[in-house]
Every structure is written in structure tokens, then in C-alpha cells.
Design a protein around this ligand. Sequence first.
Ligand code: URA
Length: 417
Amino acid sequence: MIPSDIIARKRNGKELKSNDLSWFITKYLRGDISDAQMSALLMAIYFNGMTEKELLILVDEMVHSGQVVKFEKSNFFIADKHSTGGIGDKTSIILAPIMAAAGIRIPMIAGRGLEYTGGTIDKLEAIPGINVTPSLDKFRSWVENIGCAIISQSKNICPADNKIYALRNQTATVPSIPIICSSIMSKKIAEGIMGLVMDIKVGNGAFMKTKNDALELSILIKKVAISYGIKIDIIYSDMNQPLGRYAGLGCEITEAIDCLKGNGPQDLINNTFELCSCLLIQAGKAKDKQESKEIFNTIIETGKAFEFFQKMIALQNGCLKQFENNIIPKYEKIIRSTKNGTIIYMDTEKIGWSLIELGCGKKEKLERLDNTAGIEFFVKPGDTIKKGSPIYRAFNANSKKLDSASELLLNTIKVHR
Ligand code: URA
């Protein structure tokens, strides 16, 4: 086989032959196919899409590029949640310990930041010492021990997604619906789960800008889930504004902890609850939303949610004692309104790019992330503001980057007088 023939076939809108994708991915992981060739194939898929047959082959190849977790036979329901990505979305970090406290096992494989969206793994790495790339045996033992763990794709688990994910981030090939589907579902299938709840973010800060895109993705996700015998629920949530009061790295862990202790912002708690409720019902722990609300509230009010979070972080070698000192920003800037009126629009994608500028994501492959960086949101769409009142507080460890991010942030809201 010749790599450029396969790329040309996809470029010309033809269906790939059944072993083309397997061969291409195997060779790419071995280093026999270059990043340039893989990028060209991704771009051809971006423009021409994939048939259902191609998608199922791609997912299977990605799952079996590494090991698949197999849990001991037990009465536990093993499940997970995944989001398509947004700004301020830290629900995974809140949901995993709450579900573990409810008796559902959550072996979560999460991702890093993609383009302007934040990544669960980058946020968790603001906790000193945390291990997000354990061996498969260690991962399984963590989940069997306390009920949850959150790790990254790696050389052992979903290595194809690990390598292609980083490449997509550098080559403007992220927002392809079949590639997003294969990236998400390969990680979820490799976890050995029985149930999944998907949070498809829709809006100007999401990869799915419209409900139609979201529906297209949900059809693919359902097809893949069903073909692997996984129970699936999908919720669509609004990403025309950031989720919660903070977006960034360490500050999102702090906000997640607030939620686990019952003090989080309402939009974040509501989003987390909707997702938890689907899993509680799938697992047979609750018969309806009312019953799941009682379980969810009790776990938070009795301190169990935070207790399970502490256990999860300790098991993954993270040190919460050192965490707070590790995320104190050196610089901060308040961005103020230049008008009186009501906020009618927030450019959430641009807020995401401001976060990258602050140091929460990588513009270049070898760039280091700034755990202290983030934005606090004082207002959301629908709020009335006065000229001079604060809109955002941006913070980080680099004053030049803070200045350029603040410039970007100035043009992220529309105000109606
Ligand atoms: N989350 C993933 O894991 N992959 C994507 O492509 C998008 C969101």
C-alpha cells in the first residue's frame, strides 16, 4: 500500500477500502507514516467526511491501538461521561467522585485542551504530583479501590487518539464530526464501560456551533455506542457563554472543589446534575430525576462528594495541600465595560483563545502551561452593566501574555443600550 494513494482516495471523496485505515494507523503509530501524511488524511476527512463503515473501522482501530480495560465480573455498573468540549467545563472532575460515592464505577479517560477549549487532564495537572498516565493495571486497581479515576490517553491506552489528538490541535482538523466521534468513542470503549452519558456542547464556544451539527454527531455516537453494546444518553448543553464563574487551569479545580462542597455556581451544578441523573437512572440507582436529585444532594450535603474526590486525588498521587500555593497568580487585570446596557452576546470562542493566550493551552508543541492562569467572569448574557463595571478578571504568571489576552477580551461582549 502507498500512503499517498490512500490520502488521494479520501481527497477525491471515495470510500476507503476496509484495511486502508488499519494499515495507515498502524504505520503511523510505528513512525513509518509521517505527521505530514496523517495531517493530510485528517484534512481530507475534514472536507469529505466518512461513511458509517469507515467510521466503525476507524473507531475499532483506535480502540485496539492500545489495551482495553477489563473489569472483574461484579455487580457494579461501570460507566462514564464525556463532553465535546467548551470553556469552563469542569463537570468531569465533579461528576466522577459523586458517581463513585453513589456506587457507580467511573474509569474516565479524558483529554487535554483542544484548540480554544479546555482539557480535564491539563486542569488536573495543576495538582502537584498527580499521575494521569498509570499502567492499565494501576488504573483498574484505582477504580476498583475507590470507584473512580481520571487519566489521559497514553502510549498504553488509546495511543492512536493520543498521537492524532495532539496533531489535530496543530493542524486545524479538530472540528470534523466523524473524527470527534472516533476520538471520544475510542477512549470510552477502551474503558470497558456499560453506560455512557454524552454532553454535547452547542453554541459559539463549542465545536458544534449549531443544533444540526450536534444532532449529526449524536447520531454517530449512538450508532457506535449501540454497536459496542453500551447504554447511551445524550444531553445538549449551552456553550454560548462559559460554564461556571471561572475558566482556566488551577482555578477550575478550585471551583470544582467548591461544587463538591455544595458551594458551586448554579449553572455548573445544574449541568453536573443532569449528567449524573442519566447515569444514576442507567445504573438502576434511581427511577427518575426526582430520585436522582435526592441521591445527588445527599452525596454533596453529607460530605461524601468531597471525600471521594480527596481519595481519588490521593490515590493518583496528587497533593491537595500543595495545590493552593501552586496556583497563586503573579499578575491580574480587571477588564471593565465601556458601555451601559444589557449583555446580549458573549464571544465564547474568543474567550477560549484569550485563555490560550494567558497560558492555559499550547500555541506551540513544546510550550509549558501556566497552572495559575485563568479568567473570572463577573457577568453573563442577560445581565445589565454600567460603564466602568468589571466584566472579567484575567490572571496568570506572565504580564506580556496578560496584556495581549486582555486586549482580546475587550472585544468579547456585545451590549444593547
Ligand atoms: N473530546 C475528545 O476526546 N475528542 C474530541 O475530538 C473532542 C472532544
